[in-house]
Design a protein around this ligand. Structure first.
Ligand code: BGC
Length: 837
């Protein structure tokens, strides 16, 4: 039987199942049952499908405080390897993580682009470049779905920033939509047949993404002939009939939402045809069928693998460490890296002691452990390393480290939680391993709690302790006879932000050693109906799913030894650097900056980190800077230091991976996935704040990132997309091109002139003959070459990058012949140009 006949047979069979259901039953299946599950149906053998975030770790069904799962290197590190095998391996590993937890659909990859470096959520997405993004996504999806777990491409489409994301309108030309923002989706559909997608929060050209007949029906389903399912982003659906008719197949989460009875009524009223509903159900059953959630033809649901590597197994450690290192990027190096084999090293910085291994928001997971650079480097270099804390890097309090807390009831790390009803009755009492919990969202209580009481014993020494809390409500945090209190409320208009960026407070108190803390919060749920419907500018309909969001969000205890002053920390760092001779300063961003639900306002490193680097560089003989951030930061001290390594958000093995890279045990083979602007504002696309009409214009068209820099739309960047030195040294020899059967092929001879084996990523850009067309990456291929050896690398270029969208005819047209193939290590280091016929 051919694949097509098999698919047709399956579709006929699935269609029969749809036909057995009443309208009410069908509609019931089209909204989630809980935050992350769907209703099943015994009658047709449909299991309740389970979904889980996210792109770099399969968190499970709890939004906060779930079981420990493997934390992967973030998306920019995966893309930074420019290697399909790495992306495929990540997809396979995530499928295994999903299978262990009986998850059918992993909510990733995120294939939105790094349009402006201010986007808060870029750490979850791959790159500024659509081709690198699409190719990485396709490899990841192939790896994942090859193991029977569904991937979900998100967020369809033009969701490149977070500010007012539920209400803003991305105004994008059809050309930019096709050539840039839809391309990764198209590639992952054509090259990997992704089984599902997620429609974004924002509007696109005036129409909510969840109602985009043009994008969802016309382009994705019809033009691409794609038979997968489109679900809404969580609470993103803004209407009943328009979304059902506009191509959305499934509303998430549940059990409430704008479909349900309202969709049944809309069908009865003739606003939505039953055939349309059937189409959605068919796609849902097809997804279930593919992901092992449908029993049929006498088959049992797919067997789940039994012997999967544990989240902290040696196998996972090796994989996660290697994958992180492969994406790390050496952006500057005067020879200080790898570190010399002898001599002392002063390791400095808050990020060295408290390495940021993941970004904030729905991509967060509870890892089995996180490793710091201090642990990693000390494990490798022993007493050659001295460690000094650095300046403060956050402005907001963070949930307490569970190791600093012990639940008095169990004696184990964490805290005791009691939730009370309005009449004081106890609703639930439990132990939480984490100091952060979510209330009223993914729990299962009969009534809304009115009060939460958190109890714990601190592992503090007598003296100053930072104490406080996170989450909306009226708080009293008591320790012995001391207490602090605050009334915390939400200010934004975005219910997601309340979940992901809740208000916080803290104070320093003098406490006796081993203080017992009781934090009580009177919960004040936000009335979104009043707040959002009451604002005419938002223009929300009564049907909007956002109005169902009554979640209180995150509730957490803040407790930590009181921090020392920045002045004292800088003085100590200088002294340590002077004494050791070699300093490694780890600086970076935190989940305050790199998070879902908020954008950045600047690329300047937070706090006094720039000053710390400058002062250390002046004191040390050699200074290496490690940037623990996924996205561009400014480096005003670049000329004063000897080497810079961009380490991304490297996952649970991050500290060990950074250490292995610093010592040269592993090569940091990454290339930048996004250009680093030289100054704030100096980028082809910058603003992320919509105007007063909530419009964000993508005026930059197809000239984002290196395409725009190259065209002179912004001053030259500090570092170009594609830049990355690794530990080899490369000479480029002959470059030849020809038109192969599948398009342009470029053969490039490279010689590793260094004294160690190394990996080179050969990048081919196309500089089109047309003046109005941006230069663009069209192909790349990695190669491992022994010291002193030469290799010829054949780069097959992707024909989808050699077409232009013609708005006049509404079709693709090939680019004019001619132009040049540009072979470059990032466009700041062009090695060859070949004229094309
Ligand atoms: C995010 C999605 C995520 C969903 C479920 C939303 O806030 O935008 O990417 O999959 O939450 O957690």
């Amino acid at each position: 039987m051919t694949d097509t006949t098999h698919a047709l047979d399956r579709t006929t069979r699935l269609g029969e199942l749809v036909g057995r259901l009443s309208l009410e039953e069908k509609v019931h299946l089209l909204t989630g049952e809980t935050a992350f599950t769907l209703p099943g149906s015994d009658r047709i053998g449909l299991a309740p499908l389970a979904f889980s975030d996210g792109p770099t770790g399969v968190r499970g069904l709890k939004f906060i405080g779930g079981d420990a799962v493997a934390l992967f290197p973030n998306a920019t590190l995966i893309a930074g390897s420019f290697d399909d095998e790495i992306a495929g391996e990540v997809g396979q590993m995530l499928a295994e993580e999903a299978q262990r937890q009986h998850i059918h659909v992993v909510l990733g990859p995120t294939v939105n682009l790094h349009r402006t470096p201010l986007g808060g959520r870029l750490f979850e997405a791959y790159s500024e470049d659509p081709y690198l993004t699409g190719r990485t996504a396709a490899a990841y999806v192939n790896g994942m779905q090859g193991r029977g777990t569904a991937a979900c491409l998100k967020h369809l489409v033009a969701n490149e920033s977070e500010t007012l994301r539920n209400f803003m309108d991305s105004r994008v030309s059809e050309t930019a939509l096709r050539e840039l923002y839809l391309l990764p989706f198209e590639m992952a559909v054509q090259d990997a047949h992704a089984w599902s997608m997620m429609a974004a929060y924002n509007d696109v050209n005036g129409v909510p993404a969840t109602e985009q007949d043009h994008v969802q029906n016309r382009i994705v389903k019809d033009e691409w002939d794609w038979d997968g399912l489109i679900m809404s982003d969580w609470f993103a659906t803004k209407s009943t009939a328009a979304s059902a008719n506009g191509g959305l197949d499934l509303v998430m989460p549940g059990p409430d939402g704008p479909w349900g009875e309202r969709l049944v009524t809309a069908v009865r009223a003739g606003e939505v045809t039953e055939e349309t509903v059937d189409g959605h159900v068919l796609r849902l059953l097809r997804l279930a069928d593919r992901a092992g959630g449908l029993a049929g033809d006498g088959q049992e649901p797919r067997q789940r693998a039994q012997d999967l590597p544990a989240v902290d197994s040696p196998r996972r450690q090796e994989q996660l460490r290697r994958i992180a290192a492969r994406g790390m990027t050496v952006v500057a190096n005067d020879g200080a890296l790898p570190l010399a084999e002898a001599g002392d090293v002063a390791l400095i910085g808050r990020h060295a002691l408290d390495t940021v291994d993941m970004g904030g928001g729905s991509a967060k997971v509870v890892p089995p452990y996180q490793s710091t650079v201090a642990e990693g480097l000390t494990a490798l270099l022993g007493n050659r390393v001295s460690v000094a804390d650095g300046v403060a890097v956050r402005t907001r309090a963070v949930p307490a480290d569970p190791a600093f807390l012990a639940d008095p009831a169990t004696g184990t790390p964490g805290m005791g939680v009691v939730l009370l009803a309005a009449d004081g009755a106890e609703l639930i009492r439990y132990h939480s391993d984490s100091s952060a919990i979510s209330i009223g969202w993914d729990d299962d209580l009969d009534q809304d709690p009115a009060t939460a009481v958190l109890t714990t014993t601190l592992a503090n020494e007598a003296g100053p302790v930072l104490l406080g809390a996170i989450g909306a409500g009226r708080w009293t945090v008591a320790a012995g006879d001391r207490e602090v209190s605050a009334e915390l409320g939400f200010h934004g208009k975005d219910p997601g932000e309340t979940m992901l960026r809740p208000p916080a407070f803290d104070e320093v108190l003098e406490l006796p050693a081993g203080a017992t803390v009781t934090a009580t919060v009177a919960l004040d749920p936000v009335d979104w109906r009043e707040l959002l419907l009451g604002d005419p500018a938002l223009d929300l309909s009564e049907e909007s799913h956002l109005l169902d969001m009554s979640a209180m969000g995150v509730t957490a205890l803040v407790a930590a030894p009181a921090p020392r002053s920045d002045d004292a920390l800088i003085a100590d760092a200088e002294a340590a650097a002077r004494a050791a001779g070699t300093a490694v300063v780890v600086v970076g961003l935190t989940e305050e900056d790199e998070t879902e639900a908020a954008d950045k306002a600047t690329l300047v490193l937070p706090g006094r980190q720039d000053e710390l680097v400058t002062r250390v560089a002046a004191a040390a003989a050699r200074t290496v800077v490690v940037v623990n951030a996924a996205t561009p930061v400014l480096m005003p001290w670049l000329d004063q230091v000897d080497a810079v390594l961009v380490a991304g958000l490297p996952g649970q093995e991050g500290g060990h991976a950074v250490a292995a890279v610093l010592t040269g045990e592993l090569e940091p083979t990454g290339r930048l996935v996004t250009s680093y602007p030289a100054a704030d504002g100096a980028a082809p696309a910058w603003d992320v704040v919509p105007d007063e009409d909530l419009v964000l214009s993508y005026d930059d068209g197809t000239f984002i990132g290196h395409r725009g820099f190259h065209a002179g739309h912004a001053p030259a960047p500090l570092f170009w997309f594609g830049h990355g030195l690794g530990y080899g040294a490369w000479e480029y020899g002959t470059v030849q091109s020809h038109e192969g059967e599948a398009g342009l092929v470029v053969d490039v001879e490279v010689t590793n002139t260094s004294d160690r084996a190394s990996r080179e990523t050969v990048q081919v850009y196309l500089d089109p003959a047309e003046d109005d067309q941006p230069i663009r990456l069209v192909g790349y291929r990695g190669v491992e070459v022994p010291a002193g050896a030469t290799a010829t690398v054949t780069v097959a270029c992707d024909e989808r990058l050699r077409r232009r969208w013609d708005e006049a005819t509404g079709t693709w047209a090939p680019l004019a012949s001619g132009g040049q193939a540009v072979v470059a290590r990032g466009l700041g280091d062009v090695r060859a140009r070949v004229s094309l016929a």
